[in-house]
Ligand binder design. Structure first.
Ligand SMILES: NC(=O)c1ccc[n+]([C@@H]2O[C@H](COP(=O)([O-])OP(=O)(O)OC[C@H]3O[C@@H](n4cnc5c(N)ncnc54)[C@H](OP(=O)(O)O)[C@@H]3O)[C@@H](O)[C@H]2O)c1
Length: 438
């Protein structure tokens, strides 16, 4: 049987999972490809460090050029993370007509345009299943499983850290800070969790989902993004009283068949909604497509072996095309025609909203807040107060009737300008309930 040489850039968490799977499933993988995968080089920063997979000394290298300039190497697997030098290495690999498999959403979100253009120019492909929702094969599902259908919208829980934190706050009543610490202790949050809890990581993944689902390329920094850092126990308790849990979702949809609406933010999810049942660090992606309707994809969004499976599945696909096209030229471009877009404004979107207004315990505050809402045409559907004691501030919790975003924002600006509003008002959209009978 012939063999295909690959080079691994990095062998940390994900890279060791890749090596483990390639070793444990070597025979099955070779049978699926029609060739053996040989890991010829593994680029490392600290070749002497102990790791989860015992890498043969002959494969370890510290000079990237050894991997990138080797004409035997047909596929580069980039699992080192970060923007530089990863971007430069991937560009060099593509320039040498090597296929690339990457797990790096930050790299593809930031430099995707340049990298995909280079891949197309060189007649090679970039696969990135592991960059979105870890082990869930969502990109392959969108690209192939639903190739016969038209994707209309995607709503996902695609940041496991945020979901772990919100779920821990719901289950244990913990504060945000304590829940983050629990996530760190359980290995589900980085020492600096900013990228995750700010929503930036989810926006990067959402941009990749939109690219594959709709053929629309959006700069992740242009996606309206709110993190979970302002969620307090009072919000979690109030959500429960309303029959909801708080989840951080990433949403993208096609408007008029060609415009993109996208946003990342925490939301109140009714407990009967399928996304309310996504616990801990799990991910889920709910896809709405024209013919199939709604379909749900659920699984581990991170971790050595789940993410490793996504990388190795990409590798199998790429190696199959290397075998199939070896003598007949390059494989076809996987993504089709791509249009660059800016997401449309979300101002006209109508939602019911949860508002938590923190005010002093004095007469007249409710009337002032209600006045602000009324002037912008926002009707109150439900209202209650969370009294903390006579001397302490009060959390006034309101649910609005469905209202255009732009009008709600006008009302919130007025509410937050009131002398009696003690902290910026917490606003969370309410996700409409799922029709249970489909
Ligand atoms: N961890 C997950 O669950 C997960 C899930 C989905 C996607 N991803 C993505 O997968 C990628 C890798 O994540 P990870 O968790 O595996 O990271 P990691 O554990 O920090 O591993 C990074 C590896 O790359 C090597 N490396 C980094 N910079 C290097 C440089 N300049 N030169 C040579 N080697 C370098 C490191 O070498 P040394 O070990 O010698 O220092 C290490 O082996 C990231 O893009 C991440 O976003 C991760």
């Amino acid at each position: 049987m012939r063999s295909i040489a690959i080079g691994l850039l990095g062998a940390g968490n994900v890279g060791c999972g890749v090596l483990r799977l390639l070793e444990d499933n070597a025979e099955a993988i070779a049978a699926r490809i029609g060739a053996r995968v040989v890991v010829k080089h593994v680029l490392l920063r600290h070749p002497g460090a102990r790791r989860a997979f015992d890498i043969p000394a002959s494969a370890k290298v510290t000079d990237a050029q050894t991997v990138l300039d080797d004409p035997d190497v047909r596929v580069i697997v980039e699992v080192m993370g970060g923007l530089e030098p990863a971007r430069g290495y991937v560009m060099q690999a593509l320039a040498h007509r090597k296929h690339v498999v990457s797990a790096n959403k930050a790299l593809l979100g930031t430099h995707g345009k340049e990298l995909f253009a280079e891949a197309t120019r060189r007649g090679v492909t970039i696969h990135f299943e592991a960059a979105v929702a870890g082990g869930i094969p969502i990109l392959r599902t969108l690209r192939e499983g639903l190739a016969s259908d038209r994707i209309l919208g995607i709503t996902g829980i695609i940041n496991g850290t945020s979901n772990f934190v919100l779920d821990a706050m719901t289950r244990t009543g913990a504060s945000y800070a304590d829940a983050v610490q629990a996530a760190q202790e359980a290995g589900f949050a980085e020492a600096d969790p900013t990228m995750d809890v700010s929503g930036v990581d989810a926006a990067q993944k959402l941009a990749l989902l939109a690219l594959v689902a709709f053929g629309l390329r959006v700069d992740p920094t242009a996606i309206p993004t709110e993190g979970i850092t302002r969620v307090e126990p009072v919000d979690v308790q109030s959500a429960a009283a309303l029959g909801c849990v708080i989840r951080s979702i990433a949403h993208a949809e096609l408007v008029d068949g060609r415009r993109l609406r996208a946003r990342v933010h925490p939301v109140l999810v009714p407990t009967l909604h399928v996304l309310a049942g996504v616990y801990g660090s799990y991910n889920a992606v709910l896809v709405n497509s024209a013919a199939l309707g709604r379909s749900l994809y659920y699984g581990r969004g991170a971790g050595m072996m789940p993410t490793g499976t996504a990388v190795v599945s990409d590798l199998v696909e790429v190696c199959r095309s290397v075998v199939a096209f070896a003598d007949r030229g390059p494989p076809p471009e996987a993504l089709g025609t791509i249009a660059d877009v800016v997401p449309i404004s979300n101002g006209d979107e109508r939602h019911e909203n949860y508002l938590r207004v923190r005010v002093p315990n004095v007469p007249g505050v409710l009337a002032a807040v209600a006045g602000c809402l009324g002037r912008h045409g926002v009707s109150i559907k439900r209202l209650y107060q969370d009294p903390r004691g006579p001397e302490l501030p009060v959390d006034m919790v309101l649910v609005t009737e469905a209202i255009e975003d732009v009008r709600l924002r006008g009302a919130l600006a007025e509410i937050d300008a009131l002398e009696t509003t003690l902290v910026p008002t917490m606003r969370l959209r309410l996700l409409p309930p799922e029709p249970l009978d489909g």
